[in-house]
Design a protein around this ligand. Sequence first.
Ligand code: UD1
Length: 378
Amino acid sequence: MKIISIVGARPNFMKIAPFCAALKQYPEIEHLLVHTGQHYDCRMSDSFFTDLGIPEPDIHLNIGSGTHAEQVGRTMIEFEKVVKADKPDWIVVVGDVNATCACSIVAKKEHVKLAHIEAGLRSGDLDMPEEINRLVTDRLADMLLTPDRISGENLRKEGVPESRIAFVGNIMIDTLEAQRDKAAARKVEEIARRELLFEREIPELPEDGYAVMTMHRPSNVDQSEILKPLIDFLAGEVAQELPLLWPIHPRARKQLELFGLWEKAVSTPGLVLLNPLGYHDMLRLNMGAKLMLTDSGGLQEECCVLGTPCLTLRWNTERPITLNENGGASFLVGNEVTRIRQAFRDVMNSTRRPQRPELWDGHTAERIVEALIHAGKR
Ligand code: UD1
């Protein structure tokens, strides 16, 4: 059996690492790893390969940045050449980034079987590019590997035949469990000092005495009317109460500069701007944080397992299993300050409550490889 798997952007890397590791147990399976190059900065890409022991990609498509159509179009053109030349039995895609969608379309047009890891997530929000990618990918996939039971139900409601759905658990938690000890050995202050965006004094960062945030979604950072009040609140209120560490995504930085908010972010003493972090550093900060504020999907899941109270800066989530009402650590607070302020007050009085959804046990990748082998025999 020959498998091609795809990565493109940062959130893919922690999902492909355990899959590559599990495949090593099966030398009879030929595996090619393709990196589309949607993310290309060392801090957004290469560092994860090194930190997570992902093998050097066999093929680089060097797609780079661009509009959605440019990224998807260029990826399709380049990936089609790979599929035609290498003729795999299966193409395996992960997550919901543009690379996932583009390569899924190519797979099916080339009559290659398609497996999707992290299938069935639905936010119901078609303004999110990721939701479009999820819908297209799942509609085309021959094997839909779901992280939780809610995702399986979503697929059944859409009419996906039972034979295509396999509930395998959350592969990203394989990575978290494999890397937990290495992350735990790091020191929060050392990470902050090493990754400071520019030289400055940093406040003390006691365990359970600092907050971490990440924010990069277009819905939060692309409009000044939304981003400005958020920054006013985060810098003017949250960072006044406890140090707020912000590893900043290139897109968010660009938008702060564009809207004239950069100076404020930089000059607030309690707001500590950091470079985009490597996997272990981010995991370590999450382990000791009093709270997380984020619009990232993966962090909602990591907070759930670690128990870090998480204010999710979105109006909806494709990961409802992580929500407080379902036993998780995450609270959907949108991007409107009155609502975030109230939730911030509430979680400042709460404590860490780890929760592990069914099959988030660190063995998802093994189940995925077994499912592929089983399907190959049918
Ligand atoms: C992509 C994913 C999103 C994911 C995010 C995590 C899609 C539709 N979105 O969004 O789901 O949460 O990655 O990071 O695929 N840039 C750099 N260096 C890089 C890559 C990007 O500076 O290595 C800058 C470029 O200016 C680029 C911008 O960041 O235009 C946005 O990058 P892009 O890959 O288009 O989307 P993300 O916002 O990163």
